[in-house]
Design a protein around this ligand. Structure first.
Ligand SMILES: CC(=O)N[C@H]1[C@@H](OP(=O)(O)OP(=O)(O)OC[C@H]2O[C@@H](n3ccc(=O)[nH]c3=O)[C@H](O)[C@@H]2O)O[C@H](CO)[C@@H](O)[C@@H]1O[C@H](C)C(=O)N[C@@H](C)C(=O)N[C@H](CCC(=O)N[C@@H](CCC[C@@H](N)C(=O)O)C(=O)O)C(=O)O
Ligand SMILES: Nc1ncnc2c1ncn2[C@@H]1O[C@H](COP(=O)(O)OP(=O)(O)OP(=O)(O)O)[C@@H](O)[C@H]1O
Ligand SMILES: C[C@@H](N)C(=O)N[C@H](C)C(=O)O
Length: 452
């Protein structure tokens, strides 16, 4: 059970029907099509549908109470005793309910934001916290003004540690999430270029990410990428810990070694850690998680054990064994110039492959900066890359730039997934490595499904 309708009525006192302790709510649903048990249905007015139109289905699928926009007509089929809480705005009501539940349960709350690495770092933090605390964490990428409250409202009452991913694509969004979650600890993984179309500059992105402090309690710490100059004004504030590769960081990362299936590094206290992820950027993500764990008195050997058995959310540099023995990297959940370059750098370092093929797509939401950023990806593409395939009007600029500067790499641009997949068939052999990377909107995973 989460709470009773009586508890809800202390927050939303404009309601009809019965709101007593006997009516226990087990879960929150926003999708009427999802079967549920003793759920509270919260209809959201979205881009394509209005949840209010589906309350009958929600009722038939297990909803025993609901929020209701008070400007809308109440459906006549509902029994008179069915608790309906009248609200101005159901999304705001969802957020208010989540904030109240967060305070009622009052776990230690960790908020994680940044341009890249939020989901990975959330997975790293959650894997370590689970060794010692009853931990609840964001599922997948549920990190916005709907996903974060839903994550909080899915938290079991016995939760001790709540790990929340916080995403944004405009100013004010992280502040709103932080004021719902009230994080005791917060992490800013890095400042890249994601959603720069709306933030204008990287400085704007840093400003937006720094909003995470606005809801923080005074119990814990803010951990940041200490090498990021755009976050330097945070360095001298109380309760801030800097992690990075440069000397002078509170936690300096040294001797990073990337092998075929893990990355190893030392920290300033001479502790050594190994993670089943590839790349310097993941050494930083892991160091942020490790430093937080140390703050929460988790022993190094326990931390290492957890990192070794990390369960990473799919489509983040996910290694897949393909047909004919080809090796596929599904890094197709999303892309930014920083993450695309980081992924290519890792591919270049990977050993044991005679042929390395990049399949790159558009990086979206870059606005006026799009051409510059797409062309900049060519800077990391050298003769160690055998083939470059691109798809998408923006990614074409990567091909064109590589064509003009890189000898020995076969370069081809495509206008359809089908044509690209057809050409790829020739390369599906053992000791060939394929990297798929593009923004979410490109849905590159569909090509991986087609070749496998
Ligand atoms: C509201 C919702 O959950 N919508 C999801 C739904 O979309 P769809 O278009 O089908 O429906 P509507 O939104 O129009 O419907 C409104 C509601 O009506 C319900 N309903 C509909 C039909 C019906 O028969 N019965 C019903 O009850 C319906 O369930 C709605 O509640 O389905 C889509 C496909 O599965 C979902 O994608 C869509 O989810 C939206 C986009 C959403 O915001 N979901 C959150 C839970 C979430 O966290 N999603 C994350 C991605 C978050 C993200 O993009 N983060 C960014 C940073 C933040 C940017 C922020 N400004 C933003 O714009 O989000 C990032 O970079 O990480 C996820 O899905 O992974
Ligand atoms: N610090 C980093 N710098 C550059 N790339 C990174 C970093 N951390 C993760 N990545 C890469 O960025 C991609 C997305 O990782 P992840 O999903 O963890 O980030 P995210 O912030 O949740 O992304 P999104 O906002 O797109 O959901 C993956 O390819 C991952 O390898
Ligand atoms: C995951 C989503 N918020 C996102 O970043 N989308 C990218 C920019 C896309 O539309 O592909």
């Amino acid at each position: 059970m989460l709470f009773t309708t009586n508890w809800i009525s202390t927050l939303f006192n404009n309601y009809k029907g019965v709101a007593t302790d006997e009516i226990k709510i087990n879960e929150i649903v926003t999708d009427s099509r999802m079967p549920s048990t003793k759920s509270l249905f919260i209809p959201i007015q979205g881009e394509n549908f209005d949840g209010h139109d589906y309350i009958k289905e929600a009722f038939n699928n297990g909803a025993i109470a609901a929020f209701w926009n008070k400007s809308k007509e109440v459906p006549s089929f509902l029994p008179t005793e069915f608790p309906l809480f009248y609200v101005e705005d159901t999304l705001e009501a969802l957020q208010k309910l989540a904030a109240a539940y967060r305070s009622e349960i009052n776990p230690v709350v960790i908020g994680i934001t940044g341009s890249n690495g939020k989901t990975t770092t959330k997975d790293l933090v959650a894997s370590v916290m689970k060794t010692t605390y009853k931990t609840h964490a964001t599922n997948g990428n549920f990190n916005n003004e709907i996903g974060l409250p839903l994550t909080i409202l899915a938290m079991p009452r016995e939760t001790e540690m709540l790990v929340l991913e916080m995403g944004m694509s405009n100013f004010g969004e992280i502040e709103r999430l932080s004021k719902i979650a009230l994080p005791d600890y917060a992490i800013i993984t890095n400042i890249g270029e994601s959603h720069i179309e709306y933030l204008g500059t990287r400085k704007g992105i840093a400003k937006a990410k720094t909003e995470i402090v606005k809801g923080m309690t005074d119990k814990g710490y803010l951990l940041i990428d200490g090498d990021e100059a755009l976050l330097s004004e945070l360095h001298n504030r109380n309760h801030v810990i800097t992690c990075g590769f440069k000397a002078g960081n509170d936690v300096e990362i040294k001797n990073t070694i990337i092998s075929h299936n893990h990355t190893e590094f030392n920290l300033a206290d001479n502790s050594t850690f190994s993670i089943p992820l590839l790349g310097k950027h993941h050494a930083l993500n892991a160091t942020l998680a490790i430093t937080l764990a140390k703050q929460l008195k988790i022993a190094d050997h326990t931390i290492q054990q957890a990192l070794s058995s990390l369960q990473l959310t799919s489509m983040r540099f996910e290694m897949i064994a393909g047909k004919n023995g080809v090796s596929i990297i599904n890094d197709a959940y999303n892309a930014s110039p920083t993450s695309m370059k980081a992924a290519i750098e890792v591919v270049k370092q990977m050993e044991g492959f005679s042929t390395k093929i990049l399949i790159l797509g558009d990086i979206l939401e870059l606005g006026e900066h799009s051409q510059t950023f797409h062309e900049s990806v060519s800077e990391v593409i050298d003769g160690s890359i055998s083939v470059l395939f691109t798809l998408g009007d923006q990614a074409k600029m990567i091909s064109e730039k590589v064509n003009s500067k890189t000898e020995g790499t076969i370069v081809k641009h495509f206008t359809t997934k089908e044509e690209l997949v057809d050409d790829l068939a020739f390369y599906l052999k053992e000791d060939t490595l394929l990297l798929f990377k593009a923004s979410r909107g490109m849905q590159f995973e569909k090509m991986i499904e087609q070749i496998n």
